[in-house]
Design a protein around this ligand. Sequence first.
Ligand SMILES: Cc1ncc(COP(=O)(O)O)c(C=O)c1O
Length: 305
Amino acid sequence: MEEMTKHGQVGLAAMRAGVDRKTARKYVQGGKLPSELVEPRNWRTHEDAFLEHWPELFAQRDIFVRIDTGAGRGHHQHVRTAGVYSKFGVPVADLEDFARLAHAAQARVIGLHAHAGSGIFNVTNWQQSALLLAQLAQGFPDARVIDIGGGFGVPERQGEAGVDLAALGAALAQVRAAHRMLDIWIEPGRYLVAPAGVLLARVTQLKSKGDVHYVGVATGMNSLIRPALYGAYHEIVNLTRLDDAPEQRANVVGPICESGDILGHERALPATCEGDVVLITNAGAYGYVMSSRYNLREPAPEVCI
Ligand SMILES: Cc1ncc(COP(=O)(O)O)c(C=O)c1O
């Protein structure tokens, strides 16, 4: 097993270093890479490797290139999709290489794309992406679109301010005015659908360990993975006792055999009873579509009203 892993790593490193498949196989058989290929400066991004090794796939095609702007943003490390600690995109420093390979493959780079992360509220994120992509587009004569991604923060707590859409619109209008040849695309998927869905779950069990209280509900991370996966906050209310004042703080947990199966930490809830229905907000995105039969538990069904 160890050998297989080692050989796999050699193969992967060879591919990242941009060597052709035949040479990579030779390195795998030999079990190591020559030191000059192990130097980080010789590593290539996967996007480069695809273009270099399978140029025929891209010939005469219109393609977008996803660019790593260098600045990952968002509410948790797991949702930051730019910067050296994220696997996505072509770093700006490698873009010239990418352009050369795309040209050699006879691919037309018609769009430049960036997505810095999820749960972002600061408008400068998209403004900076737009400015950078517009500037970089000058190196791609066929470019006619810049796509500044998604990640528009959805307010999580009552009263929390959302993204300042007017300011965003104004900032993008300025970029557009300066680069009339470029269309600006955004990816607002989650922003639009997250608040449109809720998760309903019946309380199945109440439990306390000293001062720590648990409200067990009929479904958990198998229906809504975001809190377990990256600590996302979803407001939780006791629908059965909506008008009752909060009385205690409790962890709202699902039935899955994982301590991470928590929908909400230390939530203020009214005196709650078995059989009550709790409502978990903002479950319209990455909710049902990401649900699973983890632990052989059927996820909550989706009902569209
Ligand atoms: C390219 C791209 N666009 C959009 C998204 C989704 O962002 P969000 O759902 O936060 O708007 C992602 C998520 O990683 C992404 O990689």
